[in-house]
Ligand binder design. Sequence first.
Ligand SMILES: Nc1ncnc2c1ncn2[C@@H]1O[C@H](COP(=O)(O)OP(=O)(O)OP(=O)(O)O)[C@@H](O)[C@H]1O
Ligand SMILES: [Mg+2]
Length: 503
Amino acid sequence: MNNDIPILRLEGIVKTFPGVRALDGVSFNVLPGEVHALMGENGAGKSTLMKVLGGIHQPDEGRILIAEEPVVMTSPIQAKAKGVVFIHQELSLADELSVAENIFLGELPRKTFGRVDWTRLYAETDAILKTLNVGFNARTRVGDLSIANQQMVEIARALTVDPRAVIFDEPTASLTDAEKVVLFDVIADLKTRGVGIIYISHRMEEIFKITDRISVLRDGEYRGTLVTAETDEDKVTQAMIGRSLDLTRSPLQHEMGDIALEVRGLECGALYQDVSFSVRKGEVVGFYGLVGAGRTEIAETIFGLRAPSAGKILINGQEVRIGSPIEAIRLGISLVPEDRKGQGLVLGMNCRDNMTLPQVDDMTAGPFLANGAEVAIFDQYRDKLDIRTPGWRQQVGNLSGGNQQKIVIGKWLSMHPEVLIVDEPTRGIDVGSKSEIHNLIRELAAQGYAVIVISSEMPEVLHVSDRIVAMHNGRITREFTSDEVTEDSLIQAISGIASDKVA
Ligand SMILES: Nc1ncnc2c1ncn2[C@@H]1O[C@H](COP(=O)(O)OP(=O)(O)OP(=O)(O)O)[C@@H](O)[C@H]1O
Ligand SMILES: [Mg+2]
């Protein structure tokens, strides 16, 4: 294959939705064997562009060329037949079906007389799964898999054809480090086979690790293509948001009050044991550890989603039993969950109702009053979190992935909790909004909230926390104040290396 002929070329692509010019004349090309990053803020148009390329949306203007031949993509199946496969940001699997059926959906291998050839189906699926090194098989029901494993099923689905171009839309958002390694191997392999790869992610370190070039969108406009080896994070950020970011920690210092939440000897079966910590009013406590260390499960216990097998929870010094999220909310506890898609949103409902859903109880003073109050809440958090939508009437399902997440964050903030727990607050959020959310977390603490931030990103934890709790394998290994913590000591603490052995 000639390496100079782009495998894909986009020319002047325009796409509008009611009230939104999502793409405004986007042109760039992808070479064979290239990993091409597509970057831009939440709502910049990345997923829309890929949906145009993948046959899901028709462009209003512009052309798509494959190996310099103009093509029209009228459906995902047709795009796939032309060699363009798409791994979506939103998972689109059927929970009730097996892994194999999901992977070959619409294309199940058949015997004569049209019966599904189950033996072949399972064998072919297991062969693909083997290359991905996953811990489930062709017969597993998709609904029983973790989000990360469902993501791996999406990836497996793309590998059933011999693709010419593969689009990954935020593939690593919910993968563990080990799964990321597998994904990057898959990408390296596609690359050596001359496949063109488009890679969307908000994680700069990944972009600089695996991509060759970076194209940037801002508000639907194409802002140019940079060669990864010749640029840096600051230049990419500039192109994305039009300014540099000040990443120094906000100097906001404030008084801390009494202990708002205390946990003593909490245990939940094999998930975590002997967990004790406290959070003061005005304090941000960061929970850092590897995926699977037990942090999310602790949060779920405090929010009434999991019953503890031992230990106590105290709110404002009073021991409490929290049997359900409703009881947690009554006690002033909010949880912004990690899986915001599954636990946070009703996609067919509008933005305002999604945001104000948990508090309808408080607002039944009268239909008109309630309406106005809810819109006011929505407007307030739209400004605070910079949510990009034409208005509150927009269905949440039509917002970009990152903006959907901001709606969930707004929903829990708007309840003015005393104790706010946020699990991976900036996953899928662009760099600019990320620093806004960090500032917001510091601000909330200054207003007297007790905040717990669970994060797998060390810079994030270091940035927002007054105190850091390190976890390994279901246990707290160490606690640090923000003055004493160092990156090395934190890494040791979460990998379970006893500090006395290292010192
Ligand atoms: N089906 C739709 N109907 C109406 N508006 C839409 C639809 N799909 C996307 N949009 C709008 O188009 C714009 C671009 O959205 P898109 O999903 O492409 O952003 P993105 O760059 O992928 O963002 P993110 O990083 O948050 O995933 C947004 O303003 C979004 O609300
Ligand atoms: Mg997107």
